[in-house]
Design a protein around this ligand. Structure first.
Ligand SMILES: CC(C)(COP(=O)(O)OP(=O)(O)OC[C@H]1O[C@@H](n2cnc3c(N)ncnc32)[C@H](O)[C@@H]1OP(=O)(O)O)[C@@H](O)C(=O)NCCC(=O)NCCS
Length: 257
């Protein structure tokens, strides 16, 4: 792989066969237990994103070869959108939804997903969007780690209403900020959820704990490599469950997951 030659571009109907080929390759590479990581899309599904105005596709190429792709939607008010169970209070015209993110296994390890999200975010902001959202299976840390690195926060943990898969929802307020603003994060109470060096071993216990933290007013905001922890920050609004959380943490010792 020569990363110097990677280029990014919006995909169109001429890319349909490459898009299908890449999806096929990735589905084949997923373990049977991982098939729920992505919706298996048909040509007709992808066509809606390749010739549609509100659903789009971004691709990364190594020379002429498509090596990563993402569907993203910028819905209009009044039309139905995917993921209606998340952020129903935000108007469609303010949203960008990330879906169907795939990176060729040979090109993983360079945070290409994060780089695609950055690219789309800038495009979405230019189109007046103020909020990005994504839904990810809880047992797909490669994906939610990229979303966290991209600055998204975990604000909901639930079962997908259509198939019952345990999922986490992340969101981000998006805006072109001056660098000065970025360097002044608000001071917030933090909680370090220790994940260790094998996240997969922790996953079965994460769902309830993440849900509890969210109900207690926390959002999962970033990863701390030094302590191998997922950092949660208490949001401005005080929540009566915080006392319960402290009790819960003392009793269950969730800081040493
Ligand atoms: C999710 C996906 C797009 C990410 O690919 P990528 O951008 O190359 O991501 P990377 O391999 O660079 O990994 C990003 C982070 O996840 C971590 N990671 C990668 N694979 C992991 C795994 N199996 N378990 C735990 N963490 C993992 C990496 O260590 C890295 O974290 P770091 O930067 O803190 O070290 C890719 O794995 C993929 O195509 N998966 C199959 C389809 C899919 O699940 N799509 C997402 C649907 S929402």
């Amino acid at each position: 792989m020569n990363k110097k030659h990677l280029t990014v571009k919006k995909l169109d109907i001429n890319n349909l066969s490459d898009v299908m080929k890449l999806q096929e390759k990735i589905i084949k590479g997923l373990h049977p237990d991982e098939q729920h990581f992505i919706l298996h899309r048909t040509e007709a599904d992808y066509m809606k994103s390749l010739n549609g105005s509100n659903s789009n596709m971004l691709g990364v190429f190594d020379g002429e070869t498509l090596i990563a792709q993402t569907v993203y939607c910028m819905p209009q008010n009044g039309e139905s959108r995917d993921m209606p169970e998340f952020k129903p209070e935000i108007e469609n015209k303010d949203l960008v939804l990330y879906e169907a993110i795939l990176v060729d296994p040979a090109y993983r390890g360079s945070s290409l997903m994060k780089r695609m999200l950055e690219f789309i975010e800038n495009h979405a902001i230019d189109n007046g969007r103020t909020h990005s959202i994504i839904q990810i299976a809880i047992d797909n840390p490669a994906s939610w780690i990229n979303a966290l690195h991209h600055g998204m926060s975990i604000t909901k943990v639930d079962k997908d209403p259509t198939d019952g898969v345990k999922v986490i929802y992340l969101e981000k307020k998006i805006t072109h900020q001056p660098d000065d603003d970025k360097q002044l994060p608000p001071q917030k109470d933090s909680y370090y959820m220790y994940l260790g060096d094998n996240i997969h071993k922790k996953i079965p216990t994460l769902f309830n704990k993440m849900q509890f933290l969210i109900q207690s007013g926390y959002q999962g905001v970033s990863l701390d490599k030094e302590t191998q922890s997922l950092i949660w920050e208490k949001q401005e609004k005080q929540n009566t469950n915080v006392l319960n959380l402290n009790l819960f943490m003392q009793n269950k010792k969730i800081s040493s997951l």
